[in-house]
Design a protein around this ligand. Structure first.
Ligand SMILES: NC(=O)c1ccc[n+]([C@@H]2O[C@H](COP(=O)([O-])OP(=O)(O)OC[C@H]3O[C@@H](n4cnc5c(N)ncnc54)[C@H](OP(=O)(O)O)[C@@H]3O)[C@@H](O)[C@H]2O)c1
Length: 317
């Protein structure tokens, strides 16, 4: 993706968990995040060239966008790129729900344009996609991407935008060692062939693939992510142990290896950073080259875990 400041960094930074911060969180992650901590993340990320920030209205119902803008205060708009989403499932009933949702995001983000605007979970592609065209023409959004769309839906969105001289510039799907449906469905190949950037989200399976959590030290009690992952942590142990061992030899963590894997597969991972120290891992991950055998071994271990981590919002592809 070309942007106001050049090319996209090797990884984008995700702020879903930031919607949990402060008093108004949605409790999905059960993270203890503070404004000062988020500012520290931003400073470290920006100074290391990780300048693309992914958010969405639905991450804490506006909270993530608001705290992201606060944490970015003082940086010139040209120094960072913003990626946020139109979520059809919460569309209003006004004349133009897409423009309305975008305006509210722009307001929270304290800006007059978004670098990359996504149609979030697919609903009715033919209904929502044309609504993006005037927003592109007015410069309120620079580029359009589609998230959680299957191959047919991606092609339809691209065709609709194409009629007005635009295109689907990026695809954003769940893609991790444990969840490779976009690869099996040919979406990765499609993106490669058409020079469409593929952004992989939940590369770390919300913490379950970082090595930090294991059966004796589960994900935060009471959080939604704990309800999804804690029961399967025993099945993930062989994989996370091997990731840690591969990482150790290269001065990296299991999370760094998961990230390096996603980069090696030709994707741009969106990493949900919650601590400034996570940036060290990202910087290192960028420099790790995994051998073909490492990739094959990790994928075999992931398959052997026999788990399905498809998000409740995702359709079968
Ligand atoms: N389009 C969509 O439908 C969709 C869906 C899901 C996500 N996304 C996007 O993708 C982003 C990433 O997904 P995600 O945040 O759900 O999950 P993720 O990136 O798989 O995992 C994030 C969690 O991993 C831990 N972590 C992050 N970096 C780490 C590091 N270097 N070392 C160790 N642990 C690390 C943190 O957990 P602790 O805080 O417990 O340490 C963090 O909450 C989201 O923030 C969002 O922007 C998009």
């Amino acid at each position: 993706m070309t942007s106001t400041t050049g090319t996209t960094p090797a990884a984008a930074l995700g702020t879903w968990a930031w919607g949990d911060s402060g008093e108004v969180g949605d409790g999905y992650f059960g993270s203890q995040l503070t404004g000062a901590g988020l500012r520290e993340i931003v400073e470290k990320a920006q100074s290391n060239g990780f300048t693309l920030w992914d958010t969405a209205v639905v991450y804490g119902m506006g909270r993530s966008e608001t705290v992201l803008a606060q944490a970015l205060k003082g940086y010139a708009r040209s120094e960072y790129q913003l990626s946020t989403k139109f979520t059809p499932q919460i569309a209003g009933d006004g004349d133009d729900p897409v423009a309305d949702m975008l305006e509210q995001s722009l307001d929270r983000l304290g800006t007059d344009y978004v670098d990359l605007y996504w149609i979030h979970n697919t609903a009715d592609v033919a209904r929502w996609t044309p609504r993006l065209i005037p927003l592109l023409q007015r410069g309120r959004i620079k580029q359009v991407g589609v998230s959680n769309h299957n191959l047919e839906e991606i092609a339809l969105a691209d065709q609709i935008l194409g009629e007005a001289g635009f295109r689907v510039e990026a695809v954003q799907n769940h893609y991790s060692l444990l969840y490779r449906s976009s690869e099996r469905a040919g979406i990765l190949e499609h993106c490669r062939e058409h020079d469409v950037r593929f952004f992989s989200y939940m590369v770390l399976e919300q913490g379950a693939l970082t090595g930090r959590y294991h059966p004796d030290r589960p994900l935060p009690e009471g959080s939604s992510r704990a309800a999804v992952y804690n029961d399967i942590l025993p099945q993930l142990q062989a994989l996370t142990d091997r990731m840690a061992a591969i990482g150790e030899a290269r001065g990296a963590s299991a999370a760094g290896v998961a990230t390096a894997w996603a980069i090696a597969k030709g994707t741009t991972p969106i990493i949900g950073v919650t601590k400034a120290s996570h940036l060290d891992g990202l910087v290192r991950a960028h420099g790790i080259e995994l051998a073909e055998e490492d990739i094959a071994e990790l994928e075999a271990l992931a398959d052997a875990a026999g788990v399905d981590t498809r998000g409740s919002w995702e359709h079968e592809r």
